[in-house]
Design a protein around this ligand. Structure first.
Ligand code: FE2
Length: 270
């Protein structure tokens, strides 16, 4: 039985070398859950799980969302592979998953099946660490603010010239307000930002957008970011409640294929 951990950067990301039996048996599940919250991203290099094994492993650390085929959702920009390929183009921008949910998903488990020749690397930013490093005064200023999140905000930079149908679809999606600072049950706090952040509630549009941009730039400074250079068979888990992510642009016909399993949210934004 092996279980060897190594920090990938000081503030985010831990690599874990282990064997299949240890991983699937759930012996380290409690430790993995704890590390996930503390380190934001966990990497199991070239562990090479099958779909079935991926779902079994995910089930040892949380409840698996029934989506895709038996808990496996295919992430691809090829419309023949994924019915939501168009929407996924927005994933090149920093975001967290499920901005319109009261209880965002706990974590995503992603494995690389086929890679793109260019692009397709994934970056993760630790928004607990970004909050912690703010000055006491800044923390106090931000504490009471609410941010409205919209689908339109996630799409307008990717589709700068939308058709009337796209505009209508965006407008039909309700706005969702969340606190800018998420106070978790643990008492720890993280910034809740990302491409869906459209405006600051009660602030004029321009000042609010400027604040969102400033904080996004802060939260994605190199010291808070881990960049994962994928190899086929890698398995990566990230904490969707304290980490933003984005993918480097890659061609839609590159063949890149990732298999994702998602864990049910456990805590409402507060
Ligand atoms: Fe995502």
């Amino acid at each position: 039985m092996t279980f060897v951990k190594r920090d990938l950067t000081p503030r985010i990301g831990t690599g874990i070398r282990t064997d299949l039996e240890t991983l699937l048996g759930g012996r380290h599940a409690a430790e993995i859950r704890e590390l996930l919250e503390l380190r934001g991203v966990l990497v199991f290099p070239q562990i090479g799980l099958t779909d079935e094994q991926q779902v079994v492993f995910a089930g040892t650390i949380g409840d698996v969302i029934e989506q895709g085929e038996k808990g496996i959702y295919k992430v691809s920009l090829d419309p023949r592979e994924s019915p939501t390929a168009g929407y996924l183009r927005g994933t090149i921008l920093w975001h967290f998953d499920g901005f319109s949910d009261d209880v965002p998903t706990r974590a995503s488990v992603l494995s690389a099946r086929r890679l793109s020749g260019v692009g397709g690397q994934t970056e993760f930013a630790n928004t607990y660490a970004a909050y912690e490093d703010l000055s006491a005064q800044r923390k106090q200023e931000l504490e009471k603010l609410e941010v409205a999140h919209t689908l339109e905000a996630t799409q307008r930079d990717v589709f700068p010239d939308p058709s009337p149908e796209m505009r209508a679809a965006w407008a039909g999606h309700p706005e969702k307000a969340h606190p800018l600072v998420w106070t978790h049950r643990s008492g720890r706090k993280s910034l809740l930002l990302g491409s869906s952040a459209s405006r600051v509630v009660g602030m004029d549009l321009e000042s609010g957008r400027a604040l969102i941009e400033e904080l996004l730039a802060w939260a994605t400074r190199p010291e808070f970011v881990y960049r994962h250079e994928w190899a086929v068979g890698d398995l990566v888990i990230w904490d969707n409640t304290g980490v933003m992510h984005r993918v480097d642009p890659y061609p839609a016909d590159s063949g890149r294929m990732m298999h994702r399993t998602t864990l049910v949210g456990e805590e409402a934004v507060a």
